[in-house]
Ligand binder design. Structure first.
Ligand code: G3P
Ligand code: CA
Length: 304
């Protein structure tokens, strides 16, 4: 058999193992109601696969196609970001301005337009797919309401608040009867404290490293997760730590000893995923959930 054929065969077999494993892990809860699903996820004895902005390596980030692909890939949770439009509607989007992931400059002839400066009816005219690929031309900027409907049908949403008050998110989740079925996260720990006051039972992820009180970044070597950060994020009501790769085996254990799972973002390289899994992290947030399933499947296989 030629080398090319062997590679293709191996790829097919690995992909099959990968998705069978993924399906087995995830399907245990496929028929469960969302609240049960969230409880089951939090109790799982394996690291969680969390799709970052949807399956954003395969489809334009923070769009409905990216969320559908994340479901197809059996992601345990699907992360998204949201801002408020100028008329107060939570809309799913990552950047403060529209340029990178929409055709706003082409459409309106203006650069650096903040998403928060436009009403949702204007944002709805934007194409949020073509920048990624013609295959996704016409994908729109979804409302948080729409995105929740898609994701919650099969998975759990990890809602990252970029901008907007706690009351509005609380009311939306109450109205949609989803308050007990999602995880909310933010870099702004004051927002988390506000949300915790409104909904003390909702799991909250404190993203870090946070900014200092004056808005500046911590010096590079002070950005590692440590007990000082853990004290503060617990005081804000967080029950999950969402950190970048600046974690250590000691800090992961310190968090876990307090009952705080550690989810690390944004990890797209298999070697880095393996390094963090060796450290014992509880979840990995990735643009490529299939990569992570493959890493997990191969680790599992090698223990037999
Ligand atoms: O889930 C954490 C991660 O999304 C935080 O960074 O910039 O991608 O929102 P960012
Ligand atoms: Ca995010």
């Amino acid at each position: 058999m030629k080398l090319h054929n062997i590679s293709v065969t191996l790829l097919v077999v690995l992909t099959a193992i990968l998705f069978l494993t993924a399906a087995d892990c995830a399907r245990a809860d496929a028929d469960a109601e969302p609240t049960e699903r969230l409880e089951a996820l939090m109790a799982l004895d394996r690291p969680l696969v969390i799709a970052h902005r949807g399956y954003s390596m395969a489809a334009p980030e923070n769009t409905l196609p990216a969320f559908r692909l994340a479901l197809w890939a059996h992601s345990d949770l699907v992360e998204l970001d949201y801002f408020h439009s100028s008329d107060g509607i939570p809309v799913v989007f990552h950047d403060r301005t529209l340029d990178r992931t929409t055709n706003s400059v082409e459409l309106w002839g203006k650069e650096d337009v903040p998403i928060a400066s436009k009403p949702y009816r204007a944002l709805r005219e934007l194409d949020a797919g073509t920048w990624f690929s013609e295959d996704f031309a016409g994908a729109h900027v979804p409302t948080l309401d729409e995105a929740l409907d898609v994701i919650q049908s099969e998975s759990i949403t990890l809602i990252e608040r970029k901008q907007g008050d706690a009351q509005t998110l609380f009311e939306l989740l109450v109205e949609k009867n989803m308050l007990d079925d999602v995880v909310v996260q933010a870099f702004d720990w004051d927002f988390l404290a506000d949300f915790h006051d409104l909904a003390p039972n909702v799991p909250l992820g404190a993203l870090g490293p946070p900014r200092q009180a004056d808005g500046s970044r911590y010096p590079r070597d002070e950005r590692y997760l440590d007990t000082g950060f853990l004290d503060r994020l617990e005081a804000a009501g967080a029950s999950v730590v969402g950190w970048n790769r600046q974690v250590t085996p000691e800090s992961v254990k310190q968090a876990q000893d307090r009952g705080l799972p550690v989810w690390v973002y944004t990890i797209n390289e298999p070697d880095e995923a393996r390094r963090l899994l060796d450290m014992g992290v509880d979840g990995i947030i990735t643009d490529n959930p299939a990569m992570l399933w493959k890493v997990l499947a191969l680790r599992e296989d090698s223990t037999e």
